[in-house]
Design a protein. Structure first.
Ligand SMILES: Cc1cc2nc3c(=O)[nH]c(=O)nc-3n(C[C@H](O)[C@H](O)[C@H](O)COP(=O)(O)OP(=O)(O)OC[C@H]3O[C@@H](n4cnc5c(N)ncnc54)[C@H](O)[C@@H]3O)c2cc1C
Length: 394
């Protein structure tokens, strides 16, 4: 029976497992599928800006066990593409042989050159990071609101994540320091660019600005950071911002495993994949999600988003299984593209198409965001038929 290994228990890896199991089931063929991941959870990274980040992950076993996919908790250190084996690190150092491999190890927060450890800043990149930030908020309740920046939160990076976190910040703080103190806190959103989220485009921007104003978020644009020293952000122009909480949301880069093959990667470190999501130049390895640079159609590259990671995972799973079982593959395509940005108590903005044409704002858009965040990004659990159905393409 062929061995298919999947690295990563994020959206791409989980949907790949469901689709590979579905392909094997449909063709009545045996396929041994194992998923290797650092922990036993699917972390809902798009929800880590919300209150209660502790709850923003779901167990992998109830998705994988019913469809016969074995979950192995381990950290992959290296991939030996010639010998077709995956090497893990730590005490359980092991080599896993494979016939087919799906690389879905995702992305990490892009490091910034502000001091070696980014000066003790926080992030919401991983479940662990987001929970640590929440624990830190809990410590603020014992401190008085004063002139030293104790209740100042500075968020660096006015992209999608920075905007979502900034507009939600007073709700987050109110949970820990009470509503009155939260209303008096300073929330500052900094960016080196002269405008918020360059990639957002002109359509949604006025709505985002209205929401930032409603959430009393101070904007510090054209703010180039020279260094961060404790609770001090020192800008290139000499200005200093004091904040007890400095959160970095400056974008993602592909997992380091992508660099291990010596192939040319894109600006964010992603591996080039072909129309079937096979890594170009590597036999029997498919890439999906944030680690893969794939075309969604003739002119658009998939974004690092769960919206793209889930379908990419499905195509990679379907195709990797097909390749091992001698069946035809399907070309990855994803015509529809929407953006839904949560904007705190103000609501949200929902756009469609790559031009980001606004379709809904405020509470109507918020309802769509809540559907995406609480239903669309969750795989079915404990129900073999439903899980295999979710792995079907089309
Ligand atoms: C704060 C934040 C907000 C976001 N908001 C949105 C949003 O609103 N909408 C949207 O569409 N997208 C959003 N994204 C992006 C979205 O979360 C990612 O695009 C998506 O998670 C990518 O899925 P993935 O499976 O490719 O990778 P990941 O979710 O990164 O999963 C990678 C998996 O691989 C595992 N792994 C990594 N390295 C190893 C290793 N060496 N060995 C074993 N396992 C390993 C990890 O543990 C994890 O299980 C957001 C991301 C962040 C961080």
């Amino acid at each position: 029976m062929p061995d298919l290994l999947i690295i990563g228990g994020g959206y791409a890896g989980v949907w790949a497992a469901m689709a590979a199991a579905r392909r094997a089931e449909d063709s009545a063929r045996d396929l041994n599928i194992r998923l290797l991941s650092k922990d036993a959870y699917l972390t809902h990274r798009p929800r880590l800006y919300e209150c209660n980040p502790q709850d923003m992950r779901s167990a992998l076993e109830p998705v994988l066990a019913p469809i016969g996919v074995e979950l192995i908790i381990t950290e992959v250190r290296d991939i030996d593409a010639k010998q077709k084996r995956v090497l893990t690190s730590g005490a359980d150092e092991t080599a896993y042989a494979y016939d087919g491999l799906i690389l879905a190890a995702g992305s990490v927060l892009r490091p910034q050159p502000w001091g070696e450890d980014q000066g003790g800043t926080w992030s919401i990149d991983t479940h662990e990071d987001a929970v640590a930030l929440d624990d830190h908020f809990a410590t603020l309740k014992d401190q008085q609101h004063d002139q030293t920046g104790d209740h100042t939160v500075a968020i660096i990076g006015a992209g999608f994540t920075g905007i979502e976190l900034a507009t939600e910040m007073r709700v987050r703080l109110a949970e820990h320091i009470g509503r009155e103190q939260s209303e008096r806190a300073r929330v500052i959103l900094l960016d080196a660019a002269g405008t918020i989220s360059e990639e957002l485009g002109p359509g949604p921007r006025p709505h985002v600005l209205a929401a930032l104003e409603a959430a009393k978020v101070e904007l510090a644009l054209n703010a180039t950071i020279n260094r961060i020293d404790g609770d001090q952000i020192i800008l290139d122009n000499g200005e200093r911002i004091t904040a007890a909480t400095i959160v970095v949301t400056t974008g993602l880069q592909a997992n380091d495993l992508a660099a291990g093959f010596g192939l040319a990667t894109d600006a964010t470190g992603r591996l080039p994949v072909d129309g079937n999501l096979a890594v170009k130049g590597l036999e029997d390895i498919f890439g999906a999600g944030d680690i893969a640079h794939a075309m969604t159609d003739d002119s658009h590259v998939a974004l690092m988003s769960c919206q793209h990671a889930m379908p990419m995972g499905k195509y990679a799973g379907h195709n990797a299984a097909s390749s091992l079982l001698g069946l035809p593959m399907l070309t990855y395509e994803q015509a529809r593209y929407v953006t839904c940005l949560d904007l705190g108590p103000w609501g949200a903005v929902f756009t469609s198409g790559w031009e980001r044409e606004v379709q809904a704002v405020e509470q109507e858009a918020k309802a769509r965001k809540q559907f995406i965040m609480t239903e669309a990004i969750y795989p079915p659990t404990n129900d073999r038929a439903a899980i295999l159905e979710a792995g079907a393409i089309g």
